[in-house]
Design a protein around this ligand. Structure first.
Ligand code: FE2
Length: 318
């Protein structure tokens, strides 16, 4: 791992398919109550972004017959990196599909997509239209835009949790083929990897962009968004609760695994979302070692204030 990142730079978006006529319910949640900005709309999709984001979208919603995670998009440094990764993925025996610019999503250069060992689909691209900060680049105010105050108003897409029947195989693919680092892992008594936090760290995301959890292949565990600090999350938690949003039974907590202050809750389709701040920043030098959590410390890892593991917490939500 070099200090200057090549290949994948950052997580860019999550694309969800929802059984939602004209996306009415999902826009009511993600735009009007959760507080994302609608960047674009076409006949099939709505493209939303966080207010502190320069890319055009972090969340793509489209109407499908069944609720599903369609794909997760990652930004690659350059076209050369995209070709290099295409080759590596194919050598690993995984089929790669090539897509032309603006296919299937607007505002994106050419891309590749493929299925990781855990069954989820990733898309990589090197070129994405930039909307710029909603506050502008010149002398910005850096405050939550007035129209979003009172909503969760997330700043960034932070990380995505996925479930995998063989977390070790998924972690190996993400590390060896896609070049992710492993910042933390949970291991079973017999030494099997049950979970891993994978990072690229081109920005301050607290040591994870993908979190791999044990479970059924092909599913989404949660989508996490960045807030500035715990106070922010506590206040937003009250707004969400007042709005009738289903808060996860842990409540606001320090999540030792990843070292974030986090609040987990559910959208109106039952998809688990997280607002988090902080996170363990990793100095990605070549001798970096992951933090290791033994399965017997699972309750401490998932919620520092809770003695018992919330049994439903490890279930996938989509
Ligand atoms: Fe998380």
């Amino acid at each position: 791992m070099g200090l200057k990142h090549r290949g994948i730079l950052r997580i860019a978006y999550v694309r969800l398919g929802l059984n939602d006529n004209r996306l009415t319910q999902s826009l009511n949640f993600y735009r009007d109550r959760f507080g994302m900005l609608e960047s674009m709309r076409d006949s099939e999709r709505a493209y939303l972004r966080c207010w502190h984001e320069t890319f055009q979208y972090n969340l793509v919603l489209e109407q499908t017959a069944e609720n599903q995670l369609i794909e997760i998009g990652f930004h690659v440094r350059d076209e050369e990196g995209l070709d290099h990764l295409t080759n590596k993925i194919e050598v690993a025996g995984i089929q790669v599909e090539q897509s032309a610019a603006n296919e299937p999503l607007n505002g994106m250069g050419r891309s590749i997509s493929f299925t990781i060992p855990g069954g989820q689909r990733l898309r990589l691209f090197a070129d994405m239209a930039q909307s710029g900060y909603v506050t502008g680049f010149e002398s910005p105010d850096w405050v939550t835009p007035r129209e979003l105050r009172g909503t969760a108003a997330p700043m960034f897409l932070n990380h995505v949790g996925l479930t995998s029947a063989d977390p070790g195989a998924t972690i190996d693919f993400l590390s060896d083929v896609l070049g992710f680092g492993l910042s933390e892992k949970i291991v079973s008594e017999d030494g099997k990897r049950l979970s891993g936090l994978m990072f690229r760290m081109c920005r301050d995301v607290g040591g994870q962009e993908l979190a791999i959890f044990p479970g059924e292949d092909g599913h989404l565990h949660h989508i996490a968004f960045t807030k500035e600090d715990p106070n922010d999350i506590l206040v937003i938690g009250q707004y969400l609760r007042e709005d009738g949003i289903n808060i996860d039974s842990y409540g606001p907590t320090k999540q030792s695994y990843g070292n974030t202050f986090s609040l987990h809750f559910f959208d109106n389709f039952g998809i688990r979302l997280e607002l988090c701040c902080g996170g363990r920043n990793i100095d990605a030098h070549p001798e970096s070692e992951p933090v290791i959590w033994d399965e017997s410390e699972l309750s401490k890892a998932l919620s520092y204030y809770d003695a018992d593991v919330n049994p439903g917490f490890l279930d996938h939500s989509l």
